[in-house]
Structure formats: structure tokens, C-alpha cells
Design a protein around this ligand. Structure first.
Ligand SMILES: NC(=O)c1ccc[n+]([C@@H]2O[C@H](COP(=O)([O-])OP(=O)(O)OC[C@H]3O[C@@H](n4cnc5c(N)ncnc54)[C@H](OP(=O)(O)O)[C@@H]3O)[C@@H](O)[C@H]2O)c1
Length: 235
């Protein structure tokens, strides 16, 4: 597999049809990255793809399905490899957020399936290419992984599990960087689902964190937890 020329690096961004994933993918495309993006709703993904410049392969599908994960990595290989995997796709789970004492276990399984097992499984498929490229993996996390907010126990415990998987991967896979990235509160569909019926117009748009994310990619710090708000000043 040829290494990618500077400006021609390849990234996979999951959940890039709206929200944070769409903003990050649009920024990466502007910076010359070749992209493979996904999302389950085909039409929404196609509209997002139209707003991205350059070489972007959009594959509609569900990251909980092995064949879709294989297709994402195969498409990246066709573009030259995998320099960056952004595990962004995620779910809040039931809305309104149920307390853990009565959390429906079927819903909790789905939260862990989408937010923990699927990104780990996609990382497993991409690892050979990531090792070859000396690449990086972003695990999009949340302050709910570390703070005990009432109602956030299902989503938060899944994000905590994702972060711990990232810490272990970092020591097992020294050729690859693993960053658990907390983007802060953002004005997206998921955030609205967390606060149904409430006005969330004071939350920043997802595009607002793209400069801090660019700073992260430029600096390439050691594996670890990153709060984008702490990079925002320098970015
Ligand atoms: N918004 C916030 O305040 C906030 C704060 C901290 C962390 N985060 C994290 O940021 C990430 C993005 O969240 P967001 O707020 O941008 O949410 P969003 O607006 O709901 O976007 C989620 C994206 O993921 C896709 N997706 C969901 N499930 C999928 C699946 N099974 N397979 C493939 N794609 C899937 C969605 O498309 P389809 O539905 O069409 O599949 C969509 O593109 C998540 O990991 C979230 O936990 C968000």
C-alpha cells in the first residue's frame, strides 16, 4: 500500500451525514484529505456529500453491520490506505433520557452496539492499514463519560467503555495514535434529543470546533483524552 502524499491523506469519517461528523468531514475535504464517509439515511448522506469538495466516497450503511465496515475500509484502501479513522457515528439512546434504575435493557444494548462495539469493530478492520500508515484513530466521546449526570448513565457508560478501549488500544498498538475527543456541547439533532422541547440555540454549531480539530491533527499529540475546548484558544 503506497503511503499517501501530503495533502492526499485518507480519512474514514463515520456519521458524516449531519452534525459533528459532517462538519469535520467538510473541513477535512477543504484541507485536501480524501474521504470515505457514511450514515444510514442515503439521501441525507448524499446532500452532505454535495457540500464537500474533492475526492469523497459516500457509502450509505449501518456501522453495526460487518459488511458495511468492510466496505468502508476497502473504499479507503482504494484511495490509498487509512491515515485517520474518525469514529464519530453514535446514538444517544432513548429520549427523554431514562434513569438507570428503569433503563430499558434493549435500548441499552443498542447504545453499546452503536457507540462501543461498532467503532471497536471498525477499528479492528482498519488496524492493518492504520499501522502501515502510522495513522490515528479518533473516538468521539463526551463529558458524560466522566461526569455522573442524572439520565446520562446509558450513553455515558458506553462512552466510558469506548474511552477505556482507546486507552488499551493505545498501549497495544504503539504505531497508531488513539485520541478520545470530547467536542463539548454542540447544536445537533442528538443534542436536541437529549433536551427535548428545550431551546438549544445557545449551543455552538458543530462547525465551531473544526479549527480546534485541525489543531489536533497538526500537533498529533500522544494518545490520550482531548477536550476540543482546551485546544480552541491555540487553534
Ligand atoms: N452534540 C453534542 O453536544 C455532542 C457532545 C459530545 C459528544 N457528541 C458525540 O458526537 C458524535 C456526533 O454526534 P452529533 O451530535 O453530531 O449527532 P447527530 O447529529 O445525531 O449525528 C449522528 C450521525 O451519526 C450517524 N449514525 C448514527 N448511527 C449510525 C449507525 N448505526 N451507522 C452509521 N451512521 C450512524 C447519523 O446518520 P444516520 O442517522 O442517517 O445513520 C449522523 O450522521 C457522537 O458520537 C456523539 O456522541 C455530541
Amino acid at each position: 500500500m503506497a503511503n499517501i502524499e501530503r495533502g492526499q491523506r485518507v480519512a474514514i469519517v463515520t456519521g458524516a451525514s449531519r452534525g459533528l461528523g459532517r462538519a469535520l468531514a467538510t473541513g477535512l475535504a477543504q484541507d485536501g484529505w480524501r474521504l470515505v464517509i457514511d450514515g444510514r439515511e442515503r439521501d441525507t448522506l448524499a446532500v452532505a456529500r454535495q457540500g464537500m469538495s474533492g475526492h469523497v466516497v459516500a457509502l450509505a450503511g449501518d456501522i453495526t453491520e460487518a459488511s458495511h465496515r468492510d466496505a468502508l475500509v476497502a473504499a479507503a484502501a482504494d484511495l490509498g490506505g487509512v491515515d485517520l479513522l474518525i469514529n464519530n457515528a453514535g446514538t444517544l439512546g432513548p429520549s427523554p433520557l431514562p434513569p438507570l434504575g428503569v433503563y430499558p435493557l434493549g435500548g441499552l444494548r443498542e447504545v453499546f452496539e452503536i457507540n462501543v462495539l461498532a467503532p471497536l469493530a471498525l477499528t479492528q478492520v482498519a488496524l492493518p492499514a492504520l499501522r502501515a500508515a502510522g495513522g490515528s484513530v479518533v473516538l468521539v466521546t463526551s463529558d458524560a463519560a466522566v461526569e455522573p449526570y442524572p439520565g446520562w448513565g446509558g450513553y455515558g457508560s458506553a462512552k466510558a467503555a469506548l474511552e477505556q478501549a482507546g486507552r488499551v488500544l493505545a498501549v497495544e498498538e504503539p504505531a497508531v495514535r488513539f485520541w478520545s475527543v470530547d467536542p463539548g456541547d454542540l447544536r445537533t439533532r442528538m443534542h436536541q434529543e437529549a433536551f427535548p422541547g428545550q431551546d438549544i440555540s445557545d449551543r455552538p454549531l458543530p462547525e465551531s470546533v473544526v479549527p480546534a480539530f485541525r489543531h489536533l491533527l497538526r500537533q498529533r499529540p500522544s494518545s490520550g483524552r482531548v477536550r476540543l475546548s482546551e485546544l480552541a484558544v491555540v487553534a
